[in-house]
Design a protein around this ligand. Structure first.
Ligand code: ATP
Length: 303
């Protein structure tokens, strides 16, 4: 079986290349290397493998964005089996799917390769977007956009205080976020929510670097879960965030969860959106966007 490592050199705030330099010394099997040169490049690199007659183990070496791109490229090709080495910042992928601990574990897998079919989330506006773990609109997406745009991020990273920038933007966004109204259509029923902080669609339980926002999500059941949080004071929102790591937030009456094969979401204004924690523009105001499981499935290393 061929093995290809797809490396994102900017993952983990630029530390993934350093991690790779150490990691490669521990590999004792033949492998190929592909380095992502720009956003979206990993998808293109992996798509080129669709013609491969032989099975290929494609190991994404990066964070959640890298794995989304790799899986986007691999989806629809059963001979491409995706594995990962966590080298990002949040690494929610490794919480919901299997992530190899070291090169030795990859060698063990190669001796007896088995794969499992997994769902890929999809929605369409002006183009088709995919998500592996989650995609959401509102408060959390606005924080990721602000953090990624932030000029002080690079400076804080340099002095080893990169996490501080998230805390800073949680506070700033908390103070200035404009709540929105959301209309959800699910299997012929329409539900309206007002004063919404955020809505997130999950394929696996985790988002935001270890928060168990959607405890009932299973990544191979053909079903997605929608979580909507509304009508909370700023103070209570912080309290609810504190309980998400344990999955206890579902006890709050302001946290709503729905399950289905397809949701359509319409916000009453343009709201920031993320896919797997990466900025994905804004959802258009007053237009219904359907979220569903793609017909193109992907194959994960079986563990
Ligand atoms: N050479 C490149 N230059 C700039 N951006 C790139 C390059 N290659 C990939 N990217 C982009 O980098 C983004 C961030 O990567 P990734 O999400 O893997 O790292 P991270 O943000 O550190 O980790 P996590 O999402 O787990 O917190 C990806 O969405 C991808 O589109």
């Amino acid at each position: 079986m061929r093995t290809i490592f797809v490396i994102n050199p900017v993952a983990g705030n630029g530390n993934s290349m350093k991690k790779w330099q150490k990691f490669k010394e521990t590999i004792h099997f033949p492998y190929e290397l592909a380095v992502s040169r720009y956003s979206g490049h990993a998808t293109e690199l992996v798509r080129e493998l669709h013609n491969s007659p032989d099975p290929v183990l494609v190991v994404g070496f990066g964070g959640d964005g890298t794995l989304r791109e790799v899986i986007d490229g691999a989806a629809g090709a059963p001979q491409l089996i995706v594995g990962s080495i966590a080298a990002g910042s949040g690494n929610d992928f490794g919480r919901g799917f299997h992530s190899f601990a070291d090169a030795g574990e990859i060698a063990t897998f190669l001796a007896n390769p088995e794969s499992t079919r997994k769902d890929l989330g999809e929605f369409v506006d002006d183009k088709t977007h995919h998500f592996v773990s989650s995609s959401g609109i509102g408060f959390d997406a606005e924080i990721s956009v602000m953090v990624n745009r932030s000029r002080i991020k690079r400076w804080l990273n340099r002095i080893g205080m990169g996490k501080l920038v998230y805390f800073l933007y949680v506070v700033i966004t908390l103070l200035r976020f404009r709540l929105f109204c959301l209309t959800v259509e699910l299997e012929g029923e329409t539900v309206h929510y007002d004063k919404v902080w955020f809505a997130t669609v999950n394929n696996q339980p985790y988002f935001g670097g270890g928060m168990k926002i959607s405890p009932h999500s299973v990544a191979d059941d053909g079903i997605l879960e929608l979580t909507v949080v509304n009508r909370l004071s700023r103070l209570k929102l912080l309290l609810v965030f504190g309980t998400v790591f344990s999955g206890k937030h579902l006890r709050f009456k302001e946290v709503h969860q729905l399950q289905g094969k397809k949701f359509s979401l319409a916000a009453d204004r343009a709201v920031y959106r993320h896919v797997d924690g990466d900025s994905a523009g804004r959802t258009p105001g007053n237009r219904s966007i359907p979220y569903y499981v793609s017909k193109n499935e992907w194959y994960s290393v079986n563990k």
